[in-house]
Design a protein around this ligand. Structure first.
Ligand SMILES: [Zn+2]
Length: 279
C-alpha cells in the first residue's frame, strides 16, 4: 500500500477507498477496480468489520490480491487501542485510530500508542489518524452535524506537530468535509487549507466524507495534495436502491435479487475511480 501511495503521488492522483459490509460490497468494489485496472482500498468500520467478520474480510482481500489485483484493507474509524491491536494482529494493511472527538493531547497520546504497537509487531500496517472533527455517521443527514464548523477545521501548525510527534503514516484533516450526505448541501472544501497542510507535513493526506462532494471539488482536492478519498454513504444508498429493484422481480435466490445491488454499487465505485485516477 505504501508503494501505491508513492505511485499516486507521482501521478498526482488519489486512491479510492470504499466501505463494505458484506461479500456483495466486496464483489462490487473488486469488480469495479479490476475492470478499470486500478488499485483500490476497501474499508470496514468497526460495525462493518464485525458484521462481515474480521478474519473473513482479511482472507477475502488477500485472496484477491494473490489473484493479481492491488487491493488493500483498511480498518476504518477505530475508536479504541484494543480494536487497533486486533486489526494489526489479524493482518489489515492499514488502520485508522479515530481520536478526532477527543482533545488534541488525548488524540496525540492514543495515536502514539497505536503507532508504537504497530512498530513493536514489526508490522507493515499503515497507521492513520484524524485531527479536527467531521462527524461520525455515514448516512443522509438533515443538517451539518453538531461540533463541525469552519472553526473546527484542522490548523496547519497543529497538523505539523501532530504528524511529527505521532509518526503516523497517513493524515486525515478536517477541511470542510463531513461524514454522510447533508441534505441541504455540503459546505465547500477548503482547498487552500489542504494545500497548506500538504506543504507542512510529509505523509499522504486522506479525505474522509467524500459522499456528497462535487467532481470539481474532488479534482481540486487531488491537485492540492489529497491521495486517498473515502466513499461510503453513496455506496450504501446505491446498494439499497439496487436491492429494492431486485426484490421487485419476486426472485427468492439471494444471488439474483442481490445482483442489482452489486451493479448499482459498482457504478458508483467506477464513477469515483475514473475521477480519482484521472481516467
Ligand atoms: Zn471517515
Amino acid at each position: 500500500m505504501r508503494e501505491y501511495l508513492v505511485w499516486a503521488e507521482e501521478k498526482q492522483i488519489a486512491l479510492g477507498h470504499f466501505n463494505i459490509s458484506d461479500s456483495e460490497g466486496f464483489k462490487a468494489v473488486v469488480e469495479g477496480a479490476k475492470e478499470l485496472d486500478v488499485p483500490v482500498i476497501i474499508g470496514v468500520s468497526e460495525g462493518e468489520r464485525d458484521f462481515i467478520g474480521v478474519q473473513e474480510v482479511v482472507a477475502l482481500v488477500r485472496t484477491e490480491r494473490e489473484k493479481g489485483l492491488p487491493v488493500f484493507l483498511n480498518a476504518d474509524h477505530t475508536y479504541s487501542v484494543e480494536k487497533v491491536r486486533e486489526a494489526v494482529d489479524v493482518g489489515f494493511d492499514a488502520v485508522i485510530i479515530d481520536g478526532a472527538a477527543k482533545s488534541f493531547e488525548e488524540n496525540l497520546s492514543m495515536t502514539s500508542e497505536c503507532v508504537a504497537y504497530a512498530k513493536s509487531k514489526g508490522s507493515k500496517v499503515l497507521v492513520e489518524a484524524e485531527l479536527g472533527f467531521i462527524g461520525q455517521s455515514s448516512k443522509i443527514l438533515e443538517n451539518i452535524p453538531e461540533g463541525v464548523s469552519e472553526e473546527t477545521q484542522t490548523k496547519p501548525e497543529d497538523a505539523q506537530r501532530f504528524v511529527e510527534e505521532t509518526d503516523i503514516d497517513l493524515f486525515a484533516p478536517s477541511v470542510g468535509n463531513i461524514h454522510g450526505i447533508v441534505k441541504g448541501g455540503e459546505p465547500n472544501l477548503n482547498i487552500e487549507r489542504i494545500k497548506t497542510i500538504a506543504s507542512v507535513i510529509n505523509v499522504p493526506l486522506v479525505l474522509h466524507g467524500g459522499s456528497g462532494i462535487t467532481d470539481v471539488e474532488f479534482v481540486a482536492a487531488i491537485e492540492a495534495g489529497i491521495r486517498i478519498i473515502h466513499i461510503n454513504t453513496e455506496l450504501r444508498v446505491a446498494y439499497k436502491e439496487g436491492i429494492k429493484e431486485g426484490l421487485k422481480s419476486g426472485e427468492i435466490a439471494p444471488y439474483k435479487f442481490l445482483a442489482e445491488g452489486v451493479e448499482e454499487m459498482k457504478k458508483v465505485v467506477q464513477d469515483k475511480l475514473k475521477l480519482f485516477n484521472k481516467l
